[in-house]
Design a protein around this ligand. Structure first.
Ligand code: KIV
Length: 279
């Protein structure tokens, strides 16, 4: 067993204790190979419902189901040992009320082994957060721009640009914090509001498009790796996976066309009986 495998997984207590100390490093993960690469480098791996858009090509996260989340979370859990794994509760899996939320959250935890769930939490959801936490389900809240509400909002729009909206986002954050969430994603808000929320709540805030004023940061991994032609303003591209993939596939296609792939090194040779057929 490698020393990597012997490391204990982070707990929600470790995450909560990071408030205002060193910033939390968080990324999304949807698959086993990506989880294996990210796990030693991240505090939290989020199996986000962004999987619907990033992997399944959906126009928004609204079409994502609880079964999709379970399948991706199981893959991430199989190849991670160190980071805390949080799974998104998709649209329609918790809004009816606390009982519906508990039924689906307990499925996520029991069938995947994840350590917590994330809920896009308007003020109405605070009682659901409390209900889940009291029953043993760690909850990460999500305030500000809430992707599951884009049909109501008319698209993906930054939040808190009017006094009324600022007050609403702040009260959503306070309500989720008082209800016992262990951490909170703050998405798509201006820096001063992110700072105000971070000062107002006792749990760590994890920003996405919410400035460096938060207690940690999260991005969609494929955005930072440069897989897509377009990324939102708040993304910094740390790689160019798009060029790496297209360059490699173009080279492969050229080699296949020229019959230079496969070559001798990639080809099995006849071996007389008695000799191993594997080399
Ligand atoms: O679904 C997701 O990936 C998210 C993050 C972007 C915070 O909610």
């Amino acid at each position: 067993m490698s020393s990597h495998q012997l490391q204990a997984r982070k707990t929600v207590k470790d995450i909560a204790a990071a408030k205002s100390s060193s910033p939390l490093v968080c990324l999304t993960a949807y698959t086993a190979p990506m989880a294996e690469l990210l796990d030693p480098r991240c505090d939290i791996l989020l199996v986000g419902d962004s999987v619907g858009m990033v992997v399944h090509g959906l126009p928004s996260t609204v079409g994502v189901t609880i079964d999709m989340m379970i399948l991706h979370a199981q893959a991430v859990m199989r190849r991670s040992t160190r980071a805390l794994v949080v799974v998104d509760m998709p649209f329609g899996s918790y809004e009816s009320g606390p009982e519906q939320a508990f039924a689906n959250a307990s499925r996520l935890m029991m069938e995947t082994g994840c350590q917590g769930v994330k809920i896009e939490s308007g003020v109405y959801a605070a009682q659901t957060v409390r209900f889940l936490v009291e029953r043993g389900v760690p909850v990460m809240a999500h305030v500000g721009l809430r992707p599951q509400a884009t049909h109501v909002d008319g698209g993906f729009r930054a939040k808190g640009r009017t006094e009324e909206e600022r007050a609403r986002v702040l009260s959503e954050a306070r309500a989720a914090d008082e209800a016992g969430c262990f951490a909170m994603v703050v998405e798509g808000v201006a820096e001063d509001l992110a700072r105000e929320i971070t000062a107002a709540v006792s749990c760590p805030t994890i920003g996405i498009g919410a400035s460096a004023a938060c207690d940690g940061q999260i991005l969609v991994t494929e955005d930072l790796l440069g897989l897509f032609e377009w990324t939102p303003k708040f993304v910094r591209r740390y790689g160019d996976l798009r060029s790496a993939v297209t360059g490699a596939v173009d080279a492969y296609a050229r080699d296949v066309a020229a019959r230079s792939f496969p070559g001798p090194a990639e080809t099995y040779a006849f071996k007389p009986p008695g000799k191993s057929q594997r080399s």
